[in-house]
Every structure is written in C-alpha cells, then in structure tokens.
Design a protein around this ligand. Structure first.
Ligand SMILES: Cc1cc2nc3c(=O)[nH]c(=O)nc-3n(C[C@H](O)[C@H](O)[C@H](O)COP(=O)(O)OP(=O)(O)OC[C@H]3O[C@@H](n4cnc5c(N)ncnc54)[C@H](O)[C@@H]3O)c2cc1C
Length: 326
C-alpha cells in the first residue's frame, strides 16, 4: 500500500489551481496502490488553502505553518516536506510543474533519495511500479519513464489534469514551521504580473507573432484575450516578438519559453516553428489565424482561419465579447 504526497502551492493565502490537478493525478495513482493521498502545504496563513485541499478528495492535509515559512525557501521547505513524506511512508510525491515545483520537488527528491520526472502529462501505477509520460523532442514523441527507486517523484504539466473536487472533508494537521533551518531568506517578492492571469494556468491563451508587424498591434491580441472575461485568458507571444522587444519574456511560449496546455490556444500571425509548437501543441483546441495557407501552424490546428489578422481578429473579438456577455 503506497501513499502519495501532493505538495500544494499557496500564494497570498490562495491555493494554486495546478495543485488540485496534482491531487487528481495522485488519486489516480492511489486507486492503483490502495494507499491514501496526503496534501502538504507550506507557508503562513494556510487556513483557506487547506480548507480547499480538505475538500479536494485528498484523505489527509498537513499544513507546515509559521512565520519562518512566510516566504518560499527551497532548502528549508524541502527538508520539512521530506520529513512529512517519510512520516506518512510516501512512495510517490507529486507537484505542479511551476517555477516553484521545478525548484522544490528536486530538492525533496534528493532528500528522499528519489529521482524526478519533470513536465509529466500522465502517471500510472502498473505491475507494482510507477510510470510517468512526458513529451520529448519538442513534443514530437512521448517518453514513458519507469521509476526504479522506492520513491517516485514527478512534476505535472499545469492544465493537463482536471482539478480535483468533491472530497468529503479531510482532517487538517498543523505542524509548526521549523525556524532554524533557513540557509537563505527571501526578504521581498515583487510581482511582475500583478492582476494578470498566469500564462500557464489560463484556460485560454491568445498568442501573437511577427505577423502582427509591430508592438502596438498587440492591442488586438490583448483585446481578444480581454473579451473572454476577467481571469480567463492570458496573452502569449512567439520568440520572434519577444526577441524584438515587443513583449516581455514571461509571455514567450515554446521550447525556450513556457509550456502551456490551455483548453483553447489562439495563434495569431505565428508561423508554427517546431520550437513554438513545443510550448503549445498539447493545448486541447488550437485555432490558427494566418494569411499564409501553407503556414506550418495549420498542421497542428483544429481550426484554421486563412486571412489577415487585422481583419479577422477584431471580428472575432466582437463575436467573443457578445457571447461572453450573455
Ligand atoms: C534554439 C531555439 C529555440 C527557440 N525557442 C522558441 C520558443 O520558445 N518560442 C518560439 O516561438 N520560437 C522559438 N524559436 C524561434 C522559432 O524558430 C521561430 O523563429 C519563431 O517561432 C517565429 O516566430 P513567428 O511565428 O512569430 O514569426 P514568423 O516565423 O516570421 O511568422 C510570422 C507569421 O505571420 C504570418 N503573417 C504575416 N502577416 C500576417 C497577417 N497580416 N495576418 C495573419 N498572419 C500574418 C506569416 O504568414 C507567418 O506565418 C527558437 C529557435 C531556436 C533556434
């Protein structure tokens, strides 16, 4: 009977949605192992987030809470989480493939003498072993990794699993954050994207490329994203426009940018280079708007509009705004 730990991510007291997606993956594994799912959160002011975790379907919630953990500290958090994972005899530890997940889970894995598979899109427990699937070669192939260590660790691509809900209310155990373990202290966090929907968590990504001709024309992209309503869509960009200084790097989608898997990805004036596809080809539905009918983006698109972005996008924005307002 193998128990599964989910490391939950909490920002400003709020549980991040990809953590609930990790609970879904953990529940899938637990159905095979016969074990339980234990969600572990670190920080200060965790009550609301733990209440959400308690309703997620996880059987136990552990809050490692205290002023010493008010801000993220990889070394101290990893140590505290690894202790809890050992305490509940975890054989698997999952976390979302976010900036924090990429930093924290490998640290936890090292303390548990485990390996980590990153950016995973499917997990399974078969024949007594944990397996993970992840896209490789810019998304052209899927690699299946089998864990040979006693503890399996994986970061999960956001927006790939459904968010868990419908639990009957798990017990929340509070553990005091150890104060003496901080090798480094985060003094201040300055958000570069306050008020924006995080790119990797957005249900809809509206992305623009060099076909928009100049930076100011990204207003078309922003207006279309806004038409979906507050908190639904985020703006993305190709590397060509990021390199040109039209958009910030945090919006870049692709091999050297962010990997996104929204329900809807709208690519406007983007050719569909392999490096761009690496960041968005697992989106549920892809819509491409390009005036070149032979643009490679149409090979991965579910719906393609061959036309001039400057005519098509305003009409689409108007139509979406009308639908969203009903
Ligand atoms: C190592 C490496 C890593 C890379 N990493 C990334 C990455 O992470 N992300 C990324 O995006 N790229 C990446 N690239 C760059 C990638 O190869 C492409 O150069 C880039 O994606 C092209 O951006 P684009 O599609 O905006 O521009 P272009 O390729 O110039 O395409 C512009 C498109 O706009 C269309 N168009 C023009 N006018 C209009 C109009 N009026 N209406 C509609 N359509 C129009 C054109 O038909 C064309 O298809 C990387 C490259 C390398 C070598």
């Amino acid at each position: 009977m193998s128990n599964i730990v989910v490391i939950a991510e909490v920002r400003g007291g709020q549980l991040k949605r990809p953590s609930l997606e990790a609970v879904t993956a953990a529940l899938q594994l637990a159905a095979g192992t016969g074990g339980k799912v234990v969600a572990v959160a670190c920080g200060e002011g965790l009550d609301a987030a733990c209440a959400d975790l308690a309703k997620s379907g996880a059987q136990q919630v552990i809050a490692i809470e205290g002023a010493a953990f008010a801000n993220y500290s990889g070394d101290a958090w990893a140590k505290a989480i690894a202790e809890q994972a050992k305490g509940v005899s975890a054989n698997a530890v999952l976390m979302a493939h976010t900036a924090m997940g990429k930093d924290l889970l490998p640290r936890v894995a090292a303390l548990l003498d485990a390996s980590v598979t990153t950016d995973v899109v499917a997990v399974a427990f078969e024949g007594g072993a944990f397996t993970a699937q992840k896209p490789v070669f810019a998304g052209k192939a899927i690699l299946t990794a089998k864990s040979s260590k006693p503890v399996f660790c994986a970061t999960l691509r956001p927006n790939n699993f459904a968010a868990a809900s419908g639990g009957s209310g798990a017990e929340v155990t509070k553990v005091a954050a150890p104060a003496g373990d901080l090798l480094s202290v985060v003094k201040e966090i300055v958000s570069s994207s306050s008020g924006r929907t995080p790119l990797q968590e957005a249900k809809v990504v509206v992305a623009g490329g060099r076909g928009l001709k100049e930076a100011d024309n990204f207003k078309l992209v922003e207006d279309l994203a806004a038409a979906f309503g507050t908190g639904v869509a985020a703006v993305g960009a190709s590397r060509a426009v990021v390199d040109a200084g039209w958009r910030p790097h945090r919006e870049q989608v692709g091999q050297t940018g962010k990997v996104v898997a929204p329900q809807l990805y709208i690519a406007i004036g983007i050719s569909g280079a392999i490096q761009h596809l690496a960041g968005m080809r697992t989106a549920r539905t892809i819509v491409a708007i390009n005036k070149d009918p032979d643009a490679p983006i149409f090979k991965v698109a579910d719906y393609g509009i061959v036309g001039d972005a400057f005519e098509v996008v305003p009409a689409l924005t108007k139509a979406i705004a009308e639908i969203a307002s009903h």
